[in-house]
Design a protein around this ligand. Structure first.
Ligand code: AMP
Ligand code: MG
Length: 339
């Protein structure tokens, strides 16, 4: 299969027409969103959704997020809309925010990974909403990477992973947020944060009060434990390099790596020039959004450099940094060293 790329900025009409034609015909299309690129298919067509799992090589018990363009599209997908979801949608949507509810019988087990719930998001990206609106379908879409590798934040990375596997990628430029959406479940009360992302725990708590933070957000799941979010149990965001997070000041970090041979540093902006080893920088030390927009690109750059052993500066766990920490600790296989 030949994979075409259409730039939505220069060919808006053709991008919308071609994506709608393919999506309505049960095909898979790579689409831009503000979080990361998605692999989209008609959420109401089991055969189409199965093609997503095939293209990604994703385990089929890992459910997909259903993307909608307006609030009225939510009701048919869920059994009922909890009050707190209405408040959250009013406050945040469109946003990098995914809300889980009991599913309606229109959502097949292929989408929900055999769970009785469904995850729904209204993306902030204008391009994503235009694509959804124009094809007139709710779109199931996971991140557009091969299962296990870092999520793609530009069309070039989608092409690297998906060339020959899907017919079309819509190029919408670089993703603003750069890590996947916040996932919060309203299938229980108080709601449970399953994955931190572009809408922070602090922002949500201000609107709906108590939120339980799932263990898997910060910690490794115990062997054999049942994951509330199946995606949490898979090895994720892993570059080929062996990464260890170093929890320390920059001075301590510098002293520590001076004594190591053949290593690469993953550090904050402006720090690299003070190090004597090769390095990749992943954003401003005091700005979680700057870090999130750089993180996955930085992980791919480490691979491009052929890095083998990587020592990474450790982000904070407050605000947007919680999402950065959550991804980086997984890419490090939970290896963390406190100096
Ligand atoms: P991705 O599509 O790569 O952004 O991953 C979607 C994430 O949402 C995965 O970690 C899934 O496990 C999680 N997810 C999707 N649907 C549900 C659901 N119904 N219940 C719990 N987690 C879900
Ligand atoms: Mg993913």
């Amino acid at each position: 299969m030949k994979t075409e790329i259409i730039d939505i900025k220069t060919e808006y009409d053709r991008a919308l027409q071609e994506s709608a034609r393919l999506l309505q015909n049960g095909e898979v299309v790579g689409i831009p969103t503000e979080t990361v690129y998605g692999l989209a298919a008609n959420a109401l067509d089991e055969t189409a959704v199965k093609k997503i799992y095939e293209a990604k090589g994703r385990p089929s018990d890992n459910p997909l997020i259903v993307h909608i363009a307006k609030f009225e599209d939510l009701a048919p997908l869920v059994r009922e809309i909890p009050e707190k979801v209405k408040v959250m949608a009013e406050k945040f949507w469109p946003a990098p925010l995914t809300m889980i509810m009991k599913k309606s019988d229109r959502i097949s087990n292929v989408v929900s990974g055999n769970l009785d719930t469904v995850a729904v998001r209204m993306p902030k990206s204008e391009a994503a909403r235009a694509i959804i609106k124009n094809c007139g379908l709710p779109l199931a879409a996971p991140s557009a990477n091969l299962s296990g590798s870092p999520s793609p934040t530009n069309a070039k990375y989608v092409f690297e992973d998906m060339n020959g596997r899907i017919p079309l990628i819509i190029d919408g430029g670089n993703c603003e947020i750069g890590v996947e959406s916040t996932v919060i479940s309203f299938a229980e009360d108080p709601p449970r944060l399953l994955r931190p992302g572009g809408v922070t725990l602090e922002e949500m708590t201000e609107v709906i009060g108590e939120i339980v933070v799932d263990d898997a957000v910060l910690n490794k799941l115990e062997e054999g434990a049942v994951a509330s979010s199946p995606g949490m149990k898979y090895k994720h965001y892993a570059p080929k390099a062996d990464i260890t997070l170093i929890k320390s000041t920059f001075e301590e970090f510098k002293a520590f790596i001076e004594n190591q041979a053949d290593i690469t540093a993953l550090c904050f902006d402006g720090e690299g020039k003070e190090l004597s080893c090769p390095f990749v920088e992943y954003g401003d030390i005091s700005d979680g959004y700057s870090q999130s927009s750089r993180l996955f690109d930085a992980l791919r750059e480490l691979d491009e450099m052929g890095a083998k052993t990587v020592y990474a500066r450790c982000p904070d766990t407050k605000g947007m940094e919680l999402a950065v920490y959550n991804r980086l600790i997984r890419s490090a296989g939970f290896k963390i060293k406190v100096l």
